[in-house]
Design a protein around this ligand. Structure first.
Ligand code: PEP
Length: 253
């Protein structure tokens, strides 16, 4: 079923103690309020076990920001999907543009990561999106459909239906330059049409497609009001409870 989701991505921020403080506060703030979307907090690996324990009896989901493309063994410094799942986390962000750009994550590596995440019952939040030069050359549709095809379209329909997509135009991430509401809707509708071509309308209609890129309390409501925008993947505005709550409120009328 298509769900509205607001997922935070802390990136490389917060000590363990700061992370614990954050989720305790978030738990309290959300306990007093009805939310009209699923809320997920994606954290660095070191926070996962503690945060999962604190959020255990709540509706707030927990996710990692990455996992390895290997099952286990001699891969110093890596964390497997099985290890992530063992913390109680249910989600994992994969294909974030920072991982693609700074850590050489190719379409093939991402395909392996997605398969391992799914094999461990983790929901991948799979990021796709074009860089500025590609947008300026009007190549965004080509780029995004290539990213989908190269890492996800070998999945069975059953497995694909477990994936959440996040459209994150790279030029909007951390820059304060949000895509306009129309740009977001146009791309999300295109993504849904590509998914429909590959897996059929029913699966496409049930796929959650989040927007990411400088989404904040002031623009969330307008972005989320689009028919094909099913929530957001939130970086900067997920680091303070008040800001994150402001984005979540984008789903409250
Ligand atoms: C992100 O990194 O996924 C993101 C959307 O960042 P920001 O909200 O800071 O642009």
């Amino acid at each position: 079923m298509r769900k509205n989701i607001v997922a935070g991505n802390w990136k490389m921020n917060k000590t363990l103690q700061e992370g614990i403080e954050f989720v305790k506060e978030l738990k309290e703030v959300l306990a007093n309020d009805k939310t009209n979307c699923e809320v997920v907090v994606c954290t660095p690996f070191i926070h996962l076990a503690s945060v999962s324990t604190i959020l255990e009896v709540t509706n707030i989901g927990v996710g990692a920001e990455n996992c390895a493309n290997q099952v286990s063994g001699a891969y110093t410094g890596e964390v497997s999907a099985t290890m992530v799942a063992s913390t109680g986390a249910k989600y994992v962000i994969l294909g974030h543009s920072e991982r693609r750009a700074y850590y050489g994550e190719t379409a093939e590596i991402l395909k392996e990561k997605v398969e391992l995440a799914l094999a461990n019952d983790l929901t991948p939040i799979f990021c796709i999106g074009e860089v500025l030069e590609e947008r300026e050359a009007n190549k965004q549709n080509e780029v995004v459909s290539g990213q989908l095809a190269d890492s996800l379209f070998s999945l069975s329909a059953e497995d694909f239906s477990k994936v959440v997509l996040a459209y994150e135009p790279v030029w909007a991430i951390g820059t304060g330059k949000t895509a306009t509401s129309d740009q977001a809707q146009e791309m999300h509708a295109f993504i849904r049409s590509i998914v429909a071509e590959k897996y059929g309308k029913e699966i496409a209609d049930n796929t959650s497609i989040l927007y990411g890129g400088s989404c904040n309390p002031s623009n969330a409501k307008e972005l989320f009001s689009n028919p094909d925008v099913d929530g957001g993947l939130i970086g900067g505005a997920s680091l303070k409870v008040a800001d994150f709550k402001g984005v979540i409120n984008g789903f409250n009328s």
